[in-house]
Write a protein that binds this ligand. Structure first.
Ligand code: ZN
Ligand code: ZN
Length: 361
């Protein structure tokens, strides 16, 4: 992935120029990683037309030298004053700063460190827009992540039995993801059973799996920094009519949204396809979140696949499609795949079956 970084920085400076600045100081760490490779927890990246310099502290001296393809400056304490000094020394006239990622206090302190000769230009989502369209290497990493996630799920499903606690299932999924090559789960694994499946972001609890209940698993792996995201709903024992109807309505909505994914379609079109399908089943009012999100170095990143979102899909975007329906006291069903926007349409990357899986009770 390192060979793409100078190109990424050059493309970023093009979008910085459209905002009437010529240099940028990047502070949001996933963006810093994307642009220079640095994975540490403290770093600022100054990019000018002539150079790229990472400012970090002595803890990262060895690591930064190994990871980065740019100049590295080690500074004790906060890197902000050092970045300000460098910008002044280089006579940068207009410096862009990620306005939505910096606190008001940070902005004010940095502006005074820069002095009067360097003016700060607020910019938003410039790196995020570049990150939304993935390179072949990034897509390859996401494919590996998806494989690890799905394999860990399949291996774990065989071991799930009534009487297990939700957190035991989550621990098993996390363990298997790591054993299969994930550096970590991409987010805290969600395992919820029974009426708790109606909480879209339920934390795994000590409650045990009981017969005749829904079981929802939402999980993802992080591989080489890149995320996958998948939700499946199973049933402990044979599902009744209501659970089956709910499952099939959500599955239809998910398939309808996937069919709407193609280059040029807006994210709003995709969201609407899921909502329209659920409306036919009179379930649309229980679909309380958006249809999906981009993913990559972060589990939630651009584009948002939500109602009335005008962002147009482009080949190379990787998004989730995850409609869900949540009925209080009964439970919820969400089905989520990670999908790639291709030149001609869509490729569903998640290989896991979308049959309504039954755990013997
Ligand atoms: Zn998910
Ligand atoms: Zn998701």
């Amino acid at each position: 992935m390192s060979d793409h970084r100078p190109q990424r920085r050059a493309r970023l400076l093009d979008s910085v120029a459209r905002q009437r600045a010529e240099s940028i100081l990047v502070s949001f760490l996933p963006n810093v990683r994307y642009l220079c490779g640095f994975t540490g927890s403290n770093g600022l990246l100054l990019i000018t037309p002539k150079t790229a310099i990472l400012f970090t502290d002595p803890r990262y001296e060895i690591q930064a030298a190994q990871e980065c393809d740019c100049e590295v400056k080690i500074v004790k304490g906060s890197p902000w004053p050092a970045a300000a000094t460098e910008a002044r020394r280089r006579h940068v006239p207009r410096l862009a700063l990620e306005a939505d990622k910096v606190s008001f206090d940070q902005w004010s302190a940095f502006a005074s460190q820069l002095g009067k000769k360097v003016s700060l230009v607020p910019v938003r989502e410039l790196v995020e827009a570049l990150r939304a369209v993935k390179s072949q290497d990034e897509i390859a990493a996401i494919r590996r992540s998806v494989q690890v996630c799905s394999k860990a799920f399949t291996q774990t499903v065989r071991k799930i039995r009534p009487g297990m606690a939700e957190f035991e299932v989550a621990a098993e999924l996390d363990h298997r993801m790591r054993m299969l090559g994930a550096e970590a789960p991409a987010f805290e694994t969600i395992v919820a059973s029974g009426p708790r499946t109606a909480l879209p972001h339920a934390r795994p609890g000590a409650g045990t799996l009981r017969p005749n209940q829904l079981l929802l698993v939402d999980m993802g792996a992080s591989v080489a920094g890149y995320s996958s995201d998948m939700t499946r709903v199973l049933h402990i024992g044979h599902p009744g009519t209501r659970a089956r109807a709910l499952y099939h309505a959500v599955l239809e909505a998910q398939l309808a949204a996937i069919s709407a994914v193609r280059p040029g379609a807006t994210c709003g079109d995709v969201d609407n396809a899921a909502r329209r399908s659920l409306r036919k089943a009179k379930l649309d009012r229980y679909f309380t979140h958006s249809t999906g999100h981009g993913l990559g170095l972060e589990i939630h990143e651009a584009p948002r696949v939500a109602a009335r979102t005008e962002t147009r899909l482009q080949p190379g975007m990787v998004i989730t499609i995850e409609p869900g329906v949540y009925l209080e006291e009964f439970g919820g069903v969400r089905i989520e795949d990670t999908v790639l926007v291709t030149e001609t349409g869509v490729e569903v990357l998640t290989p896991t079956t979308k049959e309504f899986l039954v755990i013997p009770s």
